[in-house]
Design a protein around this ligand. Structure first.
Ligand code: GDD
Ligand code: MG
Length: 371
């Protein structure tokens, strides 16, 4: 089977991390977001991946080479000379997708316990043109809302509704029959605003409800929430002795660990955690991270190569690759530090976004972006 990834766009909402890497390659739980998706697709027999991109994909090509070494999978690039939205890229890649089998389409920023096998079975049983994975959220206005009948047949699809229409939303994962490609023009077009509403009107599209966690991690705040949900999910699976594949590392235990803490697959050997630390719950620690004595970390992602001095406190924040955090710092309430940021000793920062290669030398207590 085949899958197309909508991997274009500029990822502006995931800045400052997308200044360094394309959004699909940002490490989520120590592994590029789309690698979680690719591995789950591979497990259900997908062997051809089309990456639909609209920028020079040199980083993506490097990534594709590495994936091909690890998995028996073909990766093709479909490069737009100008952005084609979420619909146009499917038409552009038509030659790769057509045939007599349905194919998967994925937004490259969504994380869940991908139910691909069940979704495929449902799609085949319904004999519909398309199946959209659906989930329930508290604030549907940020998503595409699905109004459906009891049997799953979609009656209406409303992207980013201004008024409340329902709380069942598009989770950004689809199975489509090749015939849908005939309804898509070769120009900028939106699947959600143009194609899905039309298919709904023609009663050709169904939704499959996702049980379990889901998050669009395309914004830093949602990325932290998504990491928490993911870590809670894998630790609950482990507790219930269920089989769960953790791709980006292992959960560690110890007197200094509370709840779920993910480190690279080498375990404690892959990171340095000083004495008298308290780490967790819901912490992701990347490769070659060094944490000084007496640090307290919770609900945060510390990316590869970060060094943290002693007695620092980090909560609800993301620390980008190779950053240097001084001693006795306090970093909390959604601080997002890009690659190679330095925070001086004793700095106290709140709700601060810092662009790559910058230094923080003073206390900052209100929401600020440091360019
Ligand atoms: N190739 C290509 N070209 N990809 C694009 C383009 C483009 O011009 N524009 C956006 N994309 C990709 C993004 O990289 C992302 O993977 C996907 O299309 C969706 O774009 P987002 O910008 O992340 O959309 P959203 O999060 O506001 O809304 C979408 O996702 C929600 C679920 O998270 C919609 O599909 C909603 O209906 C849905 O509920
Ligand atoms: Mg998104």
């Amino acid at each position: 089977m085949k899958a197309l990834f909508l991997a274009g766009g500029y990822g502006t909402r995931l800045r400052p991390f997308t200044f360094t890497k394309p959004k699909p390659l940002i490490d989520f739980a120590n592994e590029p977001i789309i690698l979680h998706q690719i591995k789950a697709l591979h497990a259900v027999g997908v062997r051809t991946i089309v990456l639909a991109v609209n920028y020079q994909p040199s980083e993506m090509r490097k990534f594709a080479k590495e994936v091909k070494k690890e998995l028996d999978i073909e990766i093709k690039f479909s490069l737009e000379t100008e952005p084609l939205g979420t619909g146009g890229p499917l038409k552009l890649a038509e030659e790769y997708l057509k045939g007599n089998e349905p194919f998967f389409v994925l937004n490259s920023d969504v994380i869940c316990d991908f139910p691909f096998a069940d979704m495929l079975e449902y799609h085949k049983k319904n004999k519909s043109e398309g199946t959209i994975l659906a989930t329930k959220v508290e604030d549907p206005s940020r998503y595409g809302v699905i109004v459906h009948q009891e049997n799953g047949k979609i009656e209406r699809f409303v992207e980013k509704p201004q008024e409340f229409v329902g709380d069942r939303i598009n989770a950004g994962i689809y199975i489509l029959n090749p015939s849908v490609l005939d309804t898509i023009p070769l120009r900028w077009t939106s699947l959600e605003r143009e194609i899905f509403p039309k298919l709904a009107k023609e009663e050709k599209i169904y939704c499959y409800h996702l049980n379990g966690f889901w998050m669009d991690v395309g914004k830093p705040g949602d990325f932290i929430l998504g990491s928490t949900l993911y870590l809670k999910f894998i630790s609950s699976q482990i507790k219930e002795s269920k089989k769960v594949k953790i791709h980006g590392g292992v959960l560690i235990e110890g007197e200094d660990i509370q709840g779920a803490v993910l480190v690279p697959k080498e375990g404690r050997k892959g990171v340095q955690i000083g004495e008298n630390c308290r780490i967790g719950p819901n912490v992701v620690i990347g490769k070659n991270v060094r944490i000084g004595n007496g640090c307290r970390l919770k609900n945060c992602t510390i990316m590869d190569g970060v060094v943290i001095g002693q007695s620092s406190y980090i909560e609800n924040s993301i620390i980008g690759w190779g950053s240097h955090i001084g001693s006795w710092t306090r970093i909390q309430s959604h601080c997002f530090l890009g690659e190679d940021v330095t925070v001086r000793d004793e700095c106290n920062i709140n709700s601060l976004t810092v662009c790559p290669h910058k230094g923080v030398n003073q206390n900052i207590m209100k929401e600020t972006i440091m360019l």
